[in-house]
Design a protein around this ligand. Structure first.
Ligand code: HEC
Length: 420
């Protein structure tokens, strides 16, 4: 099943650590070359990289290549210009231009900064008077977690390059507690592509997941885009380069006594890879001011016509459908989710005839699954019409594509962290 993904995923070919610049800047000399004219030099580019890129593009990762020195950054000039123009880097999928709400720590470059990187690349990436190395501040990672979940084995995925594996972990909760933050520590970041977390809230859900685990000979069980059982909640997702995540101050997600957490790991492996032992850090509190809930905006009846490179799909929902009664909600953050054929996803709210954009992902990328928190939480009134609009590329298909968890299925889903 996972082999079918290869073509669509667009996974960079060599393992992450071996990533090479696709179009090295043509000049062969690696010594500072001085300015070629009035255009930007390394002196203009360095502060942008330092502020926006270096927390990941450091020698020790999580990004595959360092941008700390002129010599290491220079061959990437053209790719960097393209990545920032297309907003694939820094990785932050929701539109943070200000046209559609404001989010915490987007890191999007300004138009001027993008133009500087483009002009620098066009000029052959000149050094200018000096090329002192930059000093980056690594991503913030969670220290002193209350619980460290562990997938429990040194797992080596078999030869199929893309694999989704669910591991049942036990946070050891004797009482109900509240999750206030988390962080993911991949054992082998070279093969861990992204991680999603689900809770198993009831004894039935735990039994069903354990049965799936028992049926599958290898450690854990095969899964995709979900824990494979009902009565599970998706907490969120994480991709290489996501820092520690904290839920908004005073809020927390209830984890039930005796419940389990499923750690779903997407492996992108290669010959000779070392095994992985992913761990997940949880921050827990006994009480919080306001209990947060994860709600999902989705439409089970979705069916996508095949053979269309830009198939739109839209559905409408409201707060009553989301939480079971017509109550106003405060929405703190969103978690957009589609599978491989997803191209874009957008959430809008209509109140008294006026429509507002609430979150917009103009360019969906399956590899960057994560939550996005609002600067200011959003109030959803019971009468608001909440509209989710997705666009898919189904050009490679011959049969309609249903809603579902497997790679053959699709999703057009917004998860949201809300309080009542
Ligand atoms: C939050 C972490 C993070 C930040 C911040 C970040 N990157 Fe990256 N970057 C990555 C990771 C991880 C990869 C590897 C992506 C992959 O293999 O899918 C990558 C890959 C790249 C690539 C190579 C291939 C591609 O996808 O285009 C370029 C070029 C790049 N980054 C440029 C930049 C620039 C320029 C900045 C700053 C403006 C930046 N990145 C900021 C994590 C980050």
């Amino acid at each position: 099943m996972h082999l079918a993904l290869l073509g669509v995923l667009g996974c960079k070919e060599p393992g992450l650590v071996e990533l090479h610049p696709p179009n090295p800047t043509t000049t062969t000399s690696s010594t500072p070359t001085g300015t070629t004219g009035d255009g930007p030099t390394w002196q203009d580019v360095a502060p942008i990289l330092q502020a926006r890129c270096l927390q990941c593009h450091l020698g020790e990762g999580p990004a595959p290549m360092s941008l700390e020195t002129y010599e290491s950054a220079r061959p990437w000039a053209a790719s960097m210009a393209l990545a920032v123009r297309e907003r694939t880097m820094p990785p932050f999928l929701v539109d943070a231009s200000g046209d559609c709400e404001e989010f915490v720590d987007p890191g999007w470059l300004s138009e001027d900064e993008i133009a500087t990187l483009e002009a620098w690349a066009d000029d052959g990436a000149p050094a200018g008077p000096s090329t002192d190395p930059l000093v980056g501040t690594p991503l913030a990672r969670m220290e002193d977690p209350d619980v460290m979940l562990d997938i429990g084995v040194d797992f080596l995925p078999d030869e199929s390059p893309d694999q989704y594996r669910c591991f049942i972990t036990d946070p050891g909760l004797a009482t109900d507690r509240f999750l206030t933050g988390y962080d993911v520590f991949p054992g082998n970041p070279e093969i861990v592509h992204h991680v999603t977390l689900f809770t198993l809230d009831t004894p039935t859900a735990i039994r069903q997941a354990e049965a799936l685990d028992a049926e599958d000979a290898a450690p854990g069980y095969a899964c995709f885009g979900g824990a494979g059982v009902l009565q599970s909640r998706q907490i969120t997702g994480w991709a290489l380069g996501t820092p520690e995540t904290w839920f908004p101050e005073g809020t927390g997600l209830k984890l039930y006594a005796g419940s389990r957490v499923v750690v779903e790991v997407h492996y992108h492996t290669h010959d000779g890879a070392e095994p992985d032992r992913t761990q997940v850090a949880l921050a827990l509190e006994d009480t919080v001011d306001t209990e947060a809930e994860v709600v999902m905006f989705y439409d089970l009846t979705m069916s996508l016509p095949p053979g269309d490179a830009a198939t739109p799909y839209t559905f409408v929902t409201d707060t009553e459908w989301l939480v079971g009664d017509p109550t106003p909600l405060t929405m703190w953050g969103v978690f957009p989710h589609m599978h491989e054929r997803g191209r874009s996803i957008r959430l809008e709210g209509t109140r008294n005839g006026a429509t507002h954009c609430l979150a917009d992902v103009p360019r969906w990328d399956f590899n960057w699954q994560r939550s996005y928190f609002y600067q200011q939480p959003i109030r959803l009134e019971p009468d608001d019409e909440l509209r989710v609009s997705c666009v898919f590329d189904t050009s490679g298909e011959t049969e309609p594509i249903p809603f579902g968890e497997s790679t053959e299925d699709e999703m057009c889903v917004f998860g949201a962290l809300v309080t009542r």
